[in-house]
Design a protein around this ligand. Structure first.
Ligand code: HXC
Length: 273
């Protein structure tokens, strides 16, 4: 893929210079599909080198092939964010291969629709372990490397606007992401003196993602959710990727502890009916 065709396919990316993230090493959890892959695609196009993690090696391989035309150096590591020791290994390998880590995007998430009274303790635990404890694992193990980043380390946590409205049928995910949001704010203060900026990005429903499919479309709720969007349409992965790029770039130097809501105004319509 040439630059010209990349620009034609992704017109919004033209607001950034092509080297906005040049020299950065960015690690994206859950980077092989959906929003994570969308962030990776934008970052690669803006000059970053990437480490992508996910549970399935085949999907990671596919993602790396898809991103190859960008010319980015891409390391894929199959790993489950719930495993602290494995996470330590991911960070060690990142530093061994690239010499450092500048941007950490905690994107890996689990979710399914289930009435609270029917949710098993294990179902609750699975989602909290992926979303909240997985974010702990990566923030905790990445600290030293992020502190050493010459650009000022960045953590971008993918959270949810539903932490304030509640989310009937997904109380596990809303609760876990509320924890992520609080962790973000706590670390923004604790690690500010180390130059590490820590922010939340709060996506709304994004076209073509597993979240939209399983939470709404597969349940025949796609149209209803669409009617809850202030802008009247779902987002694209580029909408999230470009917001993350802004925070990861020098444009985000003075931003820490913020909630960047990128949801087409979905949160304003708090209705669930
Ligand atoms: C009820 C369910 C269930 C369902 C799983 N469980 N799916 N309960 N309804 N649909 C229960 C299982 O019965 C089990 O409990 C427990 O959850 C763990 O399930 P496993 O399949 O063994 O776990 P695991 O393989 O670790 O998978 C984790 C997972 C899975 C979260 C359950 O769905 C997953 O891997 N998801 C990753 C992809 C994903 O969810 N993407 C969407 C993210 S969307 P018992 O008691 O039976 O052992 C998002 C934001 C969306 O985050 C925003 C939309 C606008």
């Amino acid at each position: 893929m040439t630059r010209v065709s990349a620009e034609a396919a992704h017109p919004k990316r033209q607001v950034f210079s092509r080297d906005a993230l040049a020299g950065r090493v960015a690690l994206i959890t859950g980077g092989s599909s959906g929003i994570g892959l969308g962030i990776a695609d934008v970052f690669a196009d803006l000059g970053a080198n990437l480490v992508l993690t996910g549970r399935r090696p085949d999907k990671l391989e596919e993602a790396a092939e898809r991103l190859a035309p960008s010319g980015a150096r891409i390391l894929t590591i199959a790993s489950d964010v719930r495993d602290y020791a494995a996470t330590q290994g991911v960070i060690e390998r990142t530093v061994a291969e690239f010499g450092r880590l500048d941007v950490l995007v905690n994107n890996a998430a689990g979710n399914f629709n289930c009435p609270f009274e029917e949710m098993t303790p294990n179902g609750w635990r699975a989602v909290v372990d992926i979303d909240l404890n997985g974010t702990f694992n990566f923030c905790h193990t990445a600290f030293k490397a992020l502190k050493a980043s010459p650009y000022g380390g960045r953590i971008i946590n993918i959270s949810l606007a539903q932490v304030s409205s509640g989310w009937p049928g997904a109380a596990h995910a809303a609760s876990a992401k509320a924890g992520v949001t609080a962790l973000t704010r706590s670390l923004a203060v604790e690690w500010g003196p180390h130059g590490i900026r820590v922010n939340n990005v709060l996506p709304g429903p994004i076209e073509g993602t597993e979240g939209l499919r399983r939470l709404y479309e597969a349940r025949g709720e796609g149209e209803k959710e669409l009617n809850r969007m202030a802008l009247g349409h779902f987002g694209e992965t580029d909408d999230i990727g470009l917001s993350c790029a802004f925070l990861a770039s020098p444009a985000g130097d003075f931003i820490t502890g913020c909630d960047m809501t990128v949801d087409g105004g979905r949160w304003l319509k708090r209705s669930w009916t």
